[in-house]
Design a protein around this ligand. Structure first.
Ligand SMILES: N[C@@H](CCC[C@H](N)C(=O)O)C(=O)O
Length: 281
């Protein structure tokens, strides 16, 4: 099976061209196999692109534990670039169908004039707890206290196609993300588990964050997570509606547009390598 390894701000996936390649095993099993460091290729998960009548391609995303997610913000930029480079999408505006609906990506030139950057219309954030889903009372989950590991933290919950819970802390670099992340991922308030973000607003247009991803553990970046953090910051009156988001693997620009209520994410894509998976075990 031929593959492409890509990352967006350090969030790395194995991409399979399902237009022309056949998966050698069910995608859930393949995601676990290819993602394993040392024994596989090492990645945050697997992304499979296939034909779609209503878009330039369909994207399905699997975390490295084999669970399927609805959306991947960093992945959808990489998917758009691949569909463009493979010739399956004509022009620099690419439409990708995801389990969370259609996403449109405008490919943008980098400093060398190559179309490696992407601006994604991520749609409207979902704020009603029942739709996230988050089992908390009220119309919106803003600053809700949740207890895990003997301490109580306040979370703002947002779905960007997948569920996110955002906690504002003093210093994300020093925060025990790998200790508390897994406890909150599986907290009773989140019936489908949850992606957990720890963020610090360092200026009205600048936020630093780390993320514990549902099904993948701590990753270097999460696109839907960065969008959820901005929405949470605005809902808590902490930032402007457009910010530079700094993650351990890179930087994204996020805007929550007042006019149409959509969130727009702009960021990079990088191709690490292409190759052939033999899975000879
Ligand atoms: N890294 C992604 C999100 C991947 C899915 C997530 N772990 C989930 O299970 O919801 C992104 O860039 O958005």
């Amino acid at each position: 099976m031929k593959f492409t390894k890509m990352h967006g701000a350090g969030n790395d996936y194995i991409y399979v061209d399902g237009f022309r390649e056949r998966l050698p095993m069910p995608a859930e099993q393949l995601a676990i196999a290819v993602s394993r460091p040392h024994f596989g290729l090492g990645s945050d998960g697997l992304i499979v692109l296939t034909p779609c009548a209503e878009a330039d391609g369909r994207m399905r995303i699997y975390n490295n534990d084999g669970s399927e997610a609805m959306m991947c913000g960093n992945g959808v930029r990489c998917a758009a670039r691949l569909l463009h480079e493979w010739g399956d999408a004509k022009g620099d505006e690419v439409r990708v169908m995801t389990n969370a609906g259609l996403r449109t990506i405008k490919l943008l030139p980098d400093a060398r004039g190559r179309l490696t950057r992407g601006r994604v219309d991520m749609g409207k954030p979902v704020l009603r707890p029942a739709d996230i889903p988050a089992a908390v009372p009220g119309e919106r989950a803003v600053g809700v206290p949740l207890t895990a590991g003997g301490q109580t933290l306040r979370f703002t919950c947002v779905s960007m196609g997948n569920p996110h819970a955002v906690c504002f802390v003093e210093d994300p670099d020093q925060f025990p993300v790998t200790e508390l992340g897994p406890l909150y991922e599986r907290h009773a308030a989140f019936p489908n588990r949850c992606n957990i973000e720890f963020a610090h607003v360092s200026g009205p247009e600048e936020i630093h964050m780390r993320v514990w991803e549902r099904g993948s553990g701590e990753t270097l970046a999460c696109g839907t997570g960065a969008c959820a953090v901005l929405v949470a910051a605005v809902l808590n009156g902490l930032s402007e509606r457009a910010v530079d988001m700094y993650l351990p693997g890179g930087q994204l620009h996020i805007l929550w547009d007042e006019a149409d209520g959509h969130v727009y994410m702009t960021g990079p894509t990088s191709i690490t390598c292409t190759g052939e998976w033999l899975g000879d075990e």
